[in-house]
Design a protein around this ligand. Structure first.
Ligand SMILES: Cc1cc2nc3c(=O)[nH]c(=O)nc-3n(C[C@H](O)[C@H](O)[C@H](O)COP(=O)(O)O)c2cc1C
Length: 330
């Protein structure tokens, strides 16, 4: 068993998190993650209304009696979803762990803390992590530049970002972005993290609700098969390379307004990719960790393989290296 301050504080068996994923973080996946002893998050905004979120939480509870959480992504928007109502649905459903992301969670924190909820805030820079600790979150997840979704605008990879963050913080730190196997888990622990968060890897499991064609494409893809879009709008997103993301990146090269690409990047088109398996229907989120993904295991098999191999790596290869050094010195 890999025990860390994070597993202790959050009451889970393994220091592994499945972060919120739009259209993917649904009951079947989250329950499978919870049943494996890791921590899964439903994605609040995948549900069309707060009432639907309440139903999805109930559906997840029918599939697991282990702890799980809800991700509330609070992106600045011209017409924002009713965040306060989603938050209330989470509280009323008795959820005890929330992952916030997208912007400073300060407005939501008092409500969540009053309800006895532990908050993990996901961010992409040391300064935002420090701010999150200051306003009272219980842990931070930090996404390196490798990650799927929004890596921020600093372009700092996890190898630098995680130790830079753990140096500044006292609360548990979860390393996120580019992690897909035991080697990434052990490396993250060595960098000072107390756990790992994975998106793309969990999207490519048997219980993930995305179409089989998407999973097979992730297996076929390499670490080079992502595109950065919305760079020119300072709202960078890392998505899988396909006809649409390539076209968006090309349009952006010439300089553009959001209205020039809006028709290409709608959420509805991205949803079609996941639901119908039509890989060029829209943009779909995936990270560089695609290059480390070679199969479509069940969640239980994935988590148990990661933990077993991580323990073997620590007790085997890494200890042998210290033994060799001791041997060479004597
Ligand atoms: C399909 C997909 C959708 C995602 N949607 C969200 C989201 O709605 N909110 C959020 O906070 N993070 C979202 N993420 C980011 C993940 O929670 C996680 O931080 C990221 O995938 C880590 O990088 P990795 O894919 O290399 O493991 C998404 C990731 C994927 C793959």
């Amino acid at each position: 068993m890999l025990r860390t301050t994070f597993t202790e504080a959050f009451g889970i068996d393994h220091p592994i998190v499945q972060g919120g994923m739009m259209w993917v973080g649904r009951a079947e996946l989250v329950a499978a993650v919870a049943n494996s002893g890791a921590l899964g998050f439903l994605t609040a905004l995948t549900q069309p209304t707060p009432e639907d979120l309440v139903k999805e939480i109930a559906r997840t509870r029918e599939l697991t009696d282990k702890p799980f959480g809800v991700n509330l992504t609070i992106l600045p928007s011209i017409t924002p979803p009713p965040y306060a109502e989603y938050r209330q649905a989470i509280i009323d459903s008795g959820i005890k762990i929330v992952e916030t992301a997208g912007s400073n969670p300060v407005d939501h924190l008092p409500h969540l803390k009053d309800a006895g909820i532990k908050v993990i805030h996901k961010c992409t820079s040391v300064r935002h992590a420090v701010k999150a600790e200051l306003v009272g979150v219980d842990a931070v997840s930090i996404d390196g530049f490798e990650c799927a979704g929004h890596p921020g605008e600093d372009d700092v990879a996890g190898l630098i970002l995680i130790p830079a963050a753990t140096r500044e913080l006292t609360i548990p730190v979860i390393a996120s972005g580019g992690i897909a196997d035991a080697r990434g888990l052990v490396a993250a622990l060595a960098l000072g993290a107390d756990g790992v968060n994975m998106g793309t890897r969990f999207m490519c499991t048997a219980e993930s609700p995305v179409a089989q064609a998407v999973k097979e494409q992730i297996v076929a893809n390499t670490e080079r098969d992502t595109k950065l879009i919305f760079r020119s709008l300072k709202n960078t997103a890392r998505v899988a390379t396909n006809a649409v993301s390539t076209e968006v990146a090309e349009i952006e090269k010439g300089g553009c307004e959001f209205s020039d690409i809006q028709h290409l990047v709608s959420g509805a088109r991205g949803r079609t990719v996941f639901e119908k398996g039509d890989l060029d229907a829209g943009i779909w989120t995936a990270g560089q960790s695609q290059g480390l993904i070679h199969d479509i295991p069940t969640v239980a098999a994935l988590v148990s393989r990661m933990v077993t191999e991580a323990e073997a790596l620590i007790a085997g290869r890494l200890s042998e290296m210290t033994d060799m050094r001791v041997g060479a010195a004597s």
